[in-house]
Design a protein around this ligand. Structure first.
Ligand code: ADP
Length: 158
């Protein structure tokens, strides 16, 4: 069984993330979406809320599992017996950091490799930070996130 892990903050999940989830889930038997529970990051949504939101919008994809994790990604991948880590690349600015992380993770856990999905062009500008910025200023986020999450995100800023 080929297991992949797609790790991230997903604070909140965007249509760009969902696009990567749909495309990468076709290449593995099981895709574990790993929600980073890093208390240092001061996220808008708790890890539990982020897991719940991702479960809601991926409920129609069969081979998905969503869970939160703390600590080293390479360690999480080893425990889950994952062969690949999935990451997304939007622009050259993502590249340097992603390359370093992929190399560190491979160094720590040689059984795991990172594969990259280039963003679909329509989502190349999209990040969780953009969504939060627009929602904070009461802008329309309906083309950035799954429609069923719009009200929930807006409510955080009321
Ligand atoms: P992190 O804090 O680990 O970067 P994010 O939740 O911001 O977590 O992103 C998780 C992964 O999804 C990263 O690899 C990021 O590059 C990728 N990603 C984010 N937005 C997009 C997008 N619009 N298109 C493709 N990949 C994306």
């Amino acid at each position: 069984m080929r297991i992949g892990i797609y790790p991230g903050s997903f604070d909140p999940i965007t249509l760009g993330h969902l696009d990567v989830i749909k495309r990468s889930s076709r290449l593995v038997d099981l895709l574990i979406i790993g929600v980073l529970n890093n208390s240092g990051k001061h996220p808008l949504f708790t890890a539990e809320e982020r897991v719940e939101m991702i479960k809601e919008v991926t409920r129609n994809i069969e081979n998905i599992q969503v869970e939160s994790f703390r600590g080293l990604l390479a360690e999480f991948a080893r425990i889950k017996k994952a062969a690949v880590i999935v990451r997304g690349l939007r622009a050259i600015t993502d590249f340097e950091y992603e390359l370093q992380m992929a190399q560190i993770n491979h160094k720590i856990e040689s059984e795991v490799d990172t594969i990259f999905f280039t963003t679909s062009v329509e989502y190349s500008y999209l990040s969780s930070s953009v969504v939060k910025e627009v929602a904070f200023h009461k802008g329309d986020i309906s083309s950035f996130v799954p429609i069923e999450l719009v009200e929930r995100i807006e409510a955080k800023y009321e």
